[in-house]
Design a protein around this ligand. Structure first.
Ligand code: AMP
Ligand code: MG
Length: 345
């Protein structure tokens, strides 16, 4: 049986009980500022295996270890590079995951055999209470079934993992709604997954930082992913997702044409648009996801909207945004949800 505690009024509600579950090898879903995580004792290989089973996660996709203090990285990495110290001071607690060489304390189940490990410190109060009470780093990927859009509310976790997680801590909707920025710190710093901490923000602290090639394009045949998670079809609802490219007017023209064609052939369609663009779609079935002037609003609502329409429509039309700043995180998730299916003039 899955137990639920609401932590919205009191962040620590249920965290003592949940910490006991973690220590005895169980699974706890908990809120962070990015998405909900499904956690297990990060130093216990057997407990970590249960995360992969519950999610149906591929065996070669490593997990992030969540810590409650910056100093905790000392026991997880072989050393703490200067760049990591600067970044932790600037962005922890917050939505930035750092990858460096792993120490022998980290079980292979966490890293899927890699010699590096990803670590992050969330700013969410419930997450921090839970990790402190557990007294161990908590290994936690997103608390969804593998391949589905990440969960941004406790209801999403219930929909995917009821009966599989031992405890769900309900902290309300997640603030950012897309996963953390993942930064590899061995060699030239490289962003493997874009998030709310942007390339510009990182460069302001440590200088030159690269973007992994696989952020906006699928891997070529036989190519190796720097971040194993990037090679899988991800964030995908049941419905087909189609992205229209070009400026607002061009994208709207494409969507109206495709929408009308598909509707006539009996398909149920929805257009996910913005506060700025919805007037292009009057008379059609649309929903406003946020504002193009602040891509954070688009990020915050994306997964929730993809889930909402996942099995009530056949096709979800969306508009591309410029892939910079927060727009890069948005396009990275949207392209994967769409299986890279874009339409341009
Ligand atoms: P999730 O926690 O489900 O959002 O996934 C964690 C992401 O971090 C995935 O894309 C993983 O592939 C990536 N990741 C975790 N550990 C490593 C690592 N040691 N090297 C490269 N990527 C990693
Ligand atoms: Mg995930």
């Amino acid at each position: 049986m899955t137990k639920i505690f609401s932590t919205q009024k009191q962040p620590e509600n249920g965290t003592k009980y949940a910490a006991g579950v973690i220590r005895s090898g169980g699974l706890v879903a908990f809120p962070t500022e990015t998405v909900y995580g499904l956690g297990a004792n990060g130093l216990d290989g057997e407990a970590v295996k249960r995360i992969f089973e519950a999610k149906g996660r591929p065996q070669d996709n490593p997990l992030i270890l969540h810590v409650a203090r910056k100093n905790d990285v000392r026991e997880l990495w072989t050393s703490v590079p200067e760049r990591a110290k600067l970044l932790m001071d600037a962005f922890w607690p917050g939505p930035l995951t750092l990858i460096f060489n792993k120490s022998s304390a980290v079980p292979d189940e966490v890293t899927c055999g890699l010699d590096t490990v990803a670590v992050r410190m969330s700013e969410n109060k419930t997450a921090l209470c839970l990790i402190r009470a557990a007294g161990v780093p908590i290994a936690a990927p997103s608390a969804n079934l593998s391949g589905k859009p990440s969960p941004t509310t406790a209801q999403h976790v219930i929909d995917d993992l009821w009966g599989k997680a031992d405890v769900i801590l309900d902290g309300g909707p997640c603030r950012f709604g897309v996963e953390s920025t993942v930064l590899l710190l061995t060699g030239v710093p490289t962003i493997l997954r874009p998030g709310a901490v942007t390339k510009e923000m990182i460069e302001a602290v440590i200088g030159e930082t690269r973007l992994s090639k696989s952020i906006l394009q699928p891997l070529g045949e036989g190519e190796r992913a720097a971040s194993p998670g990037m090679k899988y079809k991800h964030y995908a609802p049941e419905a087909e997702v189609i992205i229209a490219e070009g400026d607002a007017k061009t994208a709207a023209g494409i969507i109206r044409r495709e929408y009308d064609g598909m509707t006539q052939s009996g398909k149920r369609c929805i257009i996910l648009t913005s506060e700025e663009n919805y007037t292009f779609y009057k008379g059609r079935h649309y929903d406003i996801i946020g504002s193009r002037r602040d891509e954070r609003t688009l990020c915050a609502a994306l997964f929730s909207k993809l889930r909402e329409y996942s099995d009530t429509v056949d096709v979800i039309f969306t508009e591309a945004v410029p892939p910079d700043g927060y727009g890069l995180a948005y396009m990275n998730r949207l392209l994967r949800a769409a299986g890279f299916r874009t339409v341009s003039e």
